[in-house]
Design a protein around this ligand. Structure first.
Ligand code: ATP
Ligand code: MG
Length: 171
């Protein structure tokens, strides 16, 4: 899909393993204030964007802000891996509570691409096996996204598809 249609009243979940390019995609296609990144919230609550120990507080804060935005009718993009159905379910529930459409943009790129990017990143020190597990979890559950409640599911499978993608906002 070259053109990704996003309703003005939507909660957009970027879905993909670490180094899939979620934050890069978000920065390219959305305003900074529209994007709520789990890493940003980890940093806000703990001063460390890689702190796994801060995950619960980070997401509680992220959901609070997302809820305020959606109540105001502002398009909101959640930049977190969201490879697990349980994590996505919370996003769908939030969208439903605010009567906005849950939309998923999935970055499902080849594992070797992600591992190469990961190795080149100074900001991600963890074992690359984590990425393999995230990809496996995503692929195991990917077909269930419509059933989870996502009204539109856009899947990008290569750097070329990501490069060619445009985001169009529709009423
Ligand atoms: P994380 O879940 O760890 O935050 P992420 O999905 O947000 O990862 P990014 O930070 O966007 O991933 O990208 C990871 C690395 O890959 C970065 O170094 C980025 O510059 C590079 N990258 C992202 N998108 C592309 C692209 N389309 N082409 C080339 N490199 C890219
Ligand atoms: Mg990121």
């Amino acid at each position: 899909p070259n053109t990704i249609h996003v309703p003005e009243l939507a909660l957009v979940a970027l879905v993909g393993a670490s180094s899939a390019g979620k934050s890069t995609f978000a920065a390219r296609h959305f305003r900074p204030s529209e994007v709520l990144s789990s890493d940003t919230f980890r940093a806000l609550v703990s001063d460390d964007e890689n702190s796994l120990e801060a995950t619960a507080d980070a997401f509680e804060s992220l959901f609070f802000v997302a809820g305020k935005r959606l109540a105001r009718g502002r398009l909101t993009v959640v930049d977190a891996t969201s490879v697990r159905p349980d994590d996505r379910r919370r996003l769908v529930d939030l969208a439903r509570r605010h009567d906005v459409l849950p939309v998923a943009v999935v970055l499902d790129l080849p594992r070797n691409v992600l591992e190469e990017r990961h190795a080149a990143r100074p900001d991600r020190a963890f074992d690359p096996a984590v990425i393999g597990r995230q990809i496996a979890e995503l692929r195991r559950t990917l077909r269930g996204l419509p059933k989870e409640g996502f009204r539109h599911v856009w899947v990008l499978r290569s750097p070329q598809e990501v490069e060619a993608a445009r985001v169009e906002r529709v009423p």
